[in-house]
Design a protein. Sequence first.
Length: 392
Amino acid sequence: MHPPGADTVLVRHGDLNTKSNTVKRHMEGLLVENIEALLADRSIPGTVERRWNRPLIHTKEDAVADATATATDTFGVVSASPALTVSTEKGRILDALAETANACYDGGTFAVDARRADKTLPYGSEELAREGGTAIWESVEDEFEPEVNLDDPDLTFGVEVREDLAFIYLETVPGPGGLPLGSQESVIALVSGGIDSPVAAYEMMTRGTPIVPAYVDLGDYGGIDHEARAMETVRVLSEYAPNFDMQAYKIPGGETVDLLVGEMEQGRMLSLRRFFYRAAETLAERVDANGIVTGEAAGQKSSQTVRNLGVTSRATRLPIHRPLLTRDKQDIVATAREIGTFTGSTIDAGCNRVTPDRVETNARLEPLLEAEPDGLLERAEEAAKHAKLVEP
Ligand SMILES: Nc1ncnc2c1ncn2[C@@H]1O[C@H](COP(=O)(O)OP(=O)(O)OP(=O)(O)O)[C@@H](O)[C@H]1O
């Protein structure tokens, strides 16, 4: 809900404020570019102005809700509010609050949350909140029995006064927070099309890290639907980053899976992980990426026991980022639904099971290396050299 006439979106960021002025300016520039790219990609009219310490989106009233939703899909944005812009003259602000209450108040408790950045103005924020409350009250008392509740109001009238402009808003929509995409170097995102890996990739993106998606083709153990599932999740993720190249690489792994299934029993899944990591490392060298992100969580699967993660991680020199390490499955599923990757992840892929009947939960490196086919990691390097971009 927004005040009538609202044609501006106030955009708030958080972690950028911990940076030095130079870094902050650079990151704010990225944030603005990313918001502009998302607006353009969604055909939402709007221009982004970098004013004070936060961006403003100037748009039209009929697009202000979509522009707010776009801002809160942008990495680095903590929250956004669709707002009416008025002059800083106190009388004008009080009138605007009364007009907004007339149009939007529907009974129940309310509060005014007033903030004033410019300390030279002839009124303070408390005075503004008090007089704003009275203006709202008087404008609706004929029709309702208004009640003020400062602790837990049904409706909050936000007022933010800057040097030469004041903003009135009714809602503060949360965004992903974090840092603007592109403020960190890229990593390889191993995406399987399952629920977890797209969420992990998204979490890295919230920290400003572009991803290079990589899918390992499992041959007869994967199949066309398996790949389609992975690509659908990549497509959803790419919608958050229209100004970044997020084409996925397909790494051929079918022959290796056949070999592992034929030659190994218990440690098979662990050697397959080693193959993934080394292939990702080789691809990272090719595309100048700086790490690997996976959807693994401690203890979620036999291959993800803390001991097994320790053993399999030895297949690469690169850091393996596991943003879901401590997250519960239910919580990961909730995020997948929120960010839109859940539907793609649950398309029936009808793939065959690579998992053996008896799984290893407590591996040690030496016996695993002895059991696995010779030259497994060299195979992974070779496979990554033959990785091809998947046409969208
Ligand atoms: N075919 C694949 N191609 C690329 N990466 C993969 C593939 N299969 C698994 N991975 C990576 O290995 C991680 C662990 O895979 P696994 O299937 O054991 O776990 P998971 O927790 O079910 O993950 P997901 O839900 O993403 O499939 C995945 O999160 C993903 O990062």
